[in-house]
Structures are given as structure tokens and as C-alpha cells.
Design a protein around this ligand. Structure first.
Ligand code: FPP
Length: 240
């Protein structure tokens, strides 16, 4: 596998829609929460695998603006999981020399979660071997609305000249400012849609959909996705 990794061109930035935790657990006769716990463990493992392979950017969709419609019990399970995960992630940041950033509207999260986010982002701010973005209370349209609102404020304040706003100026107002667009998007568990993830940033990204549920997505599955990515004609490349 190591030989193969060497020959393959690695995507600079991989984005993942982590899907199928609930169905995976149900198929095993277990509660949905079990699927989220195993999904969370799998994300930790995947992060190390990608760091060891030399993937520079990883962005994952952990909780969408639409996920608030789930049952109160499931939201509580997920928030408790994020609480624990954000603490454990400090060790991962150290191990992988990884800068962690949370994207999304974090102002709607519980104050202690916001505090953990500040701590994690603060302690990892100096690392630059890998960049890990976790989308929490994230929606692509919401991100664009928030960006446009701040941009309009800056135009009104005279910080940005009036007239046509170029894409490179607009991008600086997105949660992902400074982060290159994903080269490869992976969505697990069979659905073939974007579900409001990185709407602006995925304009030129290659998509890879697999029926494998997130808790079952391991290194061989990742390699399959990267092989597929290599077999495609990237006419636009990173330069768009
Ligand atoms: C999809 O499963 C997953 C989520 C809604 C998000 C939760 C993700 C994790 C717990 C993975 C770990 C991530 C972090 C940052 C700790 P689903 O419930 O949509 O599954 P289903 O489509 O089968 O119902």
C-alpha cells in the first residue's frame, strides 16, 4: 500500500460528508448514538492516516444547520460527543502538527463548546503540517449569507470600493478564507447530493460517492477514492 501511495498524486485538500452513522448502527440492531460514537472514533483514525500520508487539508461535515431538526435526544448525544471530541482533538493536533479550525456559525453552540473551540483553535494555531476544518452548525447558504452581510458592512464603511465585487475578495469573507478549495469530495453511505456543504468552494472539485457507511470507511476505501481521483482528467487542476 505504501508503494501505491507514493505513485498516486495525493489531493491537496479532501472534504468529507460523514454520512450513514445512524443507518450503520440500525443495521446492527444498535441505537443511532452507537453509530455516532464509532463514527467519531473513525474520524480520529482517518485524521492520523491522512496526516501520515501527507494530505495537507481535510474538511469534514460534522453538524449542519439542518441537523437541528433531529430529535432533542440525538442532538444532545451529538453535542456531548463534540464536547469530548474537541478536548481529545488537542492531542491529535499535537501528534499531527495540525491546525484545527471550526467552520460554521459557532455562536449558536453552547458556551462551553464555544470555549473548547477557542482553546483548540488557539493551542493549534502555530501548527502548519496539516490543516483540519470541522464544520459545526455549518450550511453553505448560511456561510454565504454571513459573508455577504459582512462584506456589505465593509463596503458601507468604505473599506471595500463600491462596484463589482470580485470572487477573490468575496472568498476572504467565507469561513474558509485562506484555505484552498477541495480537490476531492467524498460522501459516504450512498446519497448523491451536497446537502448544503461548501457550495462556493466545491465548484471545481471531483466528487466520489460510495455506499460504504462512514463507520466502515477505512484506509482501503480512502485509497480507492484517491485512485479514482487519479484516473480522472483534472483539466482545471488546483488553478480552477
Ligand atoms: C451522519 O450520520 C453523521 C452526522 C450527522 C454527524 C455526526 C458525525 C460524527 C459523530 C462523526 C464524528 C465527527 C466529529 C467532528 C466528532 P447520520 O446520522 O446522518 O446517518 P444516517 O444518514 O444513517 O441517519
Amino acid at each position: 500500500m505504501a508503494e501505491q501511495t507514493k505513485e498516486l498524486k495525493l489531493p491537496n485538500h479532501i472534504a468529507i460528508i460523514l454520512d450513514g452513522n445512524g443507518r450503520w448502527a440500525k443495521a446492527k440492531g444498535m441505537p443511532r448514538s452507537y453509530g455516532h460514537i464509532v463514527g467519531c472514533d473513525n474520524l480520529e483514525k482517518m485524521c492520523d492516516i491522512m496526516a501520515d500520508m501527507g494530505i495537507r487539508y481535510l474538511t469534514v461535515y460534522a453538524f449542519s444547520t439542518e441537523n437541528w431538526k433531529r430529535s432533542a435526544d440525538e442532538i444532545k448525544v451529538l453535542m456531548d460527543l463534540f464536547r469530548k471530541y474537541l478536548k481529545r482533538c488537542e492531542r491529535k493536533a499535537e501528534r499531527n502538527h495540525m491546525r484545527v479550525k471550526i467552520i460554521g456559525d459557532t455562536s449558536a453552540l453552547e458556551p462551553d463548546i464555544q470555549e473548547s473551540i477557542r482553546e483548540l483553535e488557539g493551542m493549534s494555531a502555530g501548527y502548519d503540517r496539516m490543516f483540519f476544518q470541522i464544520a459545526l452548525n455549518y450550511g453553505g447558504r448560511d456561510e454565504i449569507e454571513r459573508a455577504v452581510t459582512r462584506l456589505a458592512d465593509d463596503v458601507r464603511a468604505g473599506k471595500i470600493p463600491e462596484g463589482r465585487i470580485r470572487g477573490d475578495v468575496f472568498e476572504q469573507y467565507l469561513d474558509t478564507a485562506g484555505i484552498p478549495d477541495p480537490d476531492l469530495l467524498i460522501r459516504t453511505s450512498g446519497e448523491m447530493r451536497l446537502s448544503n456543504f461548501l457550495l462556493w468552494q466545491l465548484a471545481y472539485t471531483e466528487f466520489y460517492f460510495t455506499d460504504t457507511a462512514w463507520p466502515d470507511f477505512h484506509k482501503p476505501d480512502l485509497m480507492k477514492a484517491i485512485e479514482k481521483y487519479n484516473s480522472r482528467d483534472r483539466r482545471y487542476g488546483n488553478a480552477k
